[in-house]
Design a binder for this molecule. Structure first.
Ligand code: ZN
Length: 346
């Protein structure tokens, strides 16, 4: 890559292999065999290394006779970034959480397209981002405030019961425990490189309490602010090896890996049902709700799915749209697509 001495070809190829969104906009991947160029994070199947040439920008790639990939729209990176930043400003400053339609209108994208763009950039949907922001504000306020209820109101929740409903399970602890931020509990953790990118695994003495992608110690600290965080550890390494194996070998039996979840009885029921979906198969929210004996509960099932702290081992990636399309995923559609592709052994 002649024009960008900062990124060597090896580094660029490594970024492409792990579909690293952080490199989007810094170079494009030209595929000489197909005549297209992509963002580093493009979800399409990876080309052969021999067919790849890196360019500093889409302009250079077009000058070499290539055309933009219709799937990852590499020329829209700058516009996407501006739109996501504008939406984040709006979410942070608005009194009421703006709807997807409102955000789309502000940034000039269709709601469905903007949902994908926002998720690709942040790993979260705008709604999940707004929820995470409110939780962050609750935690900040709890640090100072004497009263849990006061802290909840300061964070913009309309009532205490809504807070308990929305945060139970998602935070891995009940709200009353949360006031003490996990004090007295020890959490071992590690970030490991996998075929799906960097994976954070954390566990208490009872089992895995968090599995996520693209997160680090700071994110774990935010979830458990007063727990003792210990990187590595002999017992933990044994558990970690099992987890990595289960993640890298989809379809492997992961049912023996202990999980330390906390959620409402309903959420736990949903998570159990998710674990019963065989690898390689998918369900819609409606089908899952019907399997739980309440076909009208698909929204609540969706909420429980979103509250899951332990990706892959509680396979929320096996829930897709009723029409068979991929649907959302907390860590971005690329990882979801890759997990499903592996499970189907494509
Ligand atoms: Zn592409």
């Amino acid at each position: 890559m002649e024009d960008d001495a900062m990124i060597g070809d090896d580094e660029a190829w490594a970024a492409v292999k792990r579909r690293d969104r952080a490199f989007d906009g810094r170079f494009v991947t030209g595929v000489l065999s197909t005549g297209i160029y992509c963002r580093p994070s493009c979800a399409a199947r990876h080309p052969l290394r021999d067919n790849v040439r890196f360019f500093a920008s889409g302009i250079d790639a077009r000058a070499a006779g290539l055309r933009a990939c219709k799937r990852c729209l590499p020329d829209d990176v700058a516009r996407d970034e501006a739109a996501v930043l504008a939406a984040i400003d709006e979410i942070r400053s608005a009194e009421e959480v703006p709807t997807l339609e409102e955000l789309g209108a502000i940034v000039g994208y269709s709601p469905a397209h903007f949902q994908r763009v926002f998720k690709r950039a942040t790993g979260l949907s705008p709604a999940a981002y707004a929820r995470a922001l409110r939780e962050e504000r609750v935690r900040d306020a709890l640090g100072e405030s004497k009263s849990v209820t006061g802290a909840i109101y300061e964070a913009g929740y309309s009532s205490a019961s809504q807070f308990y409903e929305q945060t139970k399970g998602r935070l891995g602890m009940t709200a009353s425990d949360w006031r003490d931020g996990g004090r007295g509990r020890t959490i071992h953790w590690s970030v490991v490189e996998t075929g799906l990118g960097e994976m954070l695994v954390a566990a208490t003495d009872k089992g895995v309490c968090c599995l996520s992608f693209g997160e680090d110690e700071a994110d774990l600290r935010a979830r458990f602010p007063k727990a003792q965080l210990v990187e590595g550890g002999a017992d933990f390494e044994t558990l970690l090896a099992q987890v990595v194996k289960a993640v890298e070998t989809p379809g492997a039996d992961s049912s023996k890996i202990p999980l330390d979840v906390k959620g409402t009885a309903f959420q736990q029921k949903v998570w159990e049902a998710l674990r019963e979906i065989p690898p390689g198969e998918t369900r819609s929210y409606g089908e899952l709700a019907a399997a739980l004996g309440n076909p009208n509960a698909s929204r609540a099932v969706g909420g429980a799915n979103g509250a899951n702290n332990i990706a892959v081992l509680i396979p929320c990636h096996r829930v897709v749209q009723a029409d068979g399309s991929l649907g959302g995923y907390a860590y971005g559609p690329e990882i979801k697509a890759e997990l499903l592709r592996r499970e189907r052994k494509e």
